[in-house]
Design a protein around this ligand. Structure first.
Ligand code: NDP
Length: 239
């Protein structure tokens, strides 16, 4: 990959799962990495800042703390923090709908808005939003989650149009089924049904998502913006 200079990379929800794999991939490539976490200690070998993405003041404080660690602005933002609160449409409460939108969509917006200031000043930046195949494919029992993940596409595309002339790209990476705590809770029969529809015939590892995130954040991907890049073993067939 053509990126040679170390960048300042912030990964939300980088304390576990896909976020942690992304953080480690950037770190192994020589970038400076800070992860956000909500409690406890950051993973070994990584710098961490406390951040609750549903709270603007917490996002602001986390960026300020990260900028102090870096000694400069965040140059690569990976908005990865996300939750599910699955249930069928007719049973879904306002709270179940709102909390997922507030975390997955508004949380990414808060982080991108805060990151933009420093990126505009530097005239360089990479914003990568972690969506899901479900955002464009739909999924029963996930109206809240799918809506939040589809919303990230409009968010990234609008950021691309606003900031594209300033050396900033905004892209969406849409994973399919990845082996993490989020999918570990799925019932076995549901997992089997999903597997039957995945051309690759398996779930992915978090590292396979991380490799694609690193590519869209690289100098090689300078002309890729407003894109939705699936990492789903063919499940969504390019949706
Ligand atoms: P995990 O449940 O393993 O991790 C979720 C991360 O998000 C945790 O670090 C969690 O922090 C953080 N988080 C959740 N809510 C908040 C919040 N309000 N403020 C700050 N941080 C928060 O999920 P995955 O690693 O599986 O998923 C990561 C991303 O990838 C998510 O956006 C998810 O929707 C997406 N994705 C996952 C797929 C999969 O198959 N696993 C498939 C497609 C997309 P804490 O540790 O404090 O709870």
């Amino acid at each position: 990959m053509a990126t040679t200079e170390a960048r300042n990379v912030l990964v939300t929800g980088g304390n576990r799962g896909i976020g942690l794999a992304i953080a480690r991939a950037f770190q192994e490539a020589g970038d400076r990495v800070v992860v956000t976490h909500r409690s406890g200690q950051p993973p070994e070998g990584l710098e961490g800042v406390i951040c609750e993405v549903t709270d603007t003041a917490s996002v602001d404080a986390a960026f300020t703390a990260a900028e102090e660690i870096f000694g400069g602005p965040v140059e690569v933002l990976v908005a990865n923090a996300g939750i599910t609160r699955d249930t069928l449409l007719m049973r879904m409460s306002d709270e179940e709908f709102d909390s997922v939108i507030d975390t997955n969509l508004a949380g990414a917006f808060r982080c991108a808005r805060r990151a933009a200031t420093g990126m505009i000043r530097k005239r360089r930046g990479r914003i990568v939003l972690i969506s899901s195949v479900v955002g464009l494919y739909g999924s029963p029992g996930q109206t809240n989650y799918a809506a939040s993940k589809a919303g990230l596409v409009g968010l990234a595309r609008s950021i691309s149009r606003e900031l594209g002339g300033r050396g900033i790209t905004a892209n969406v990476v849409a994973p399919g089924f990845i082996d993490t705590e989020m999918t570990a809770v799925l019932p076995d029969d549901q997992k089997k049904a999903y597997l039957a529809n995945i051309p690759a015939g398996r779930f992915a590892t978090p590292e396979e998502v991380a490799a694609v995130v690193r590519f869209v954040a690289s100098d090689d991907a300078a002309y890729v913006t407003g894109a939705v890049i699936p990492v789903d073993g063919g499940l969504g067939m390019g949706h």
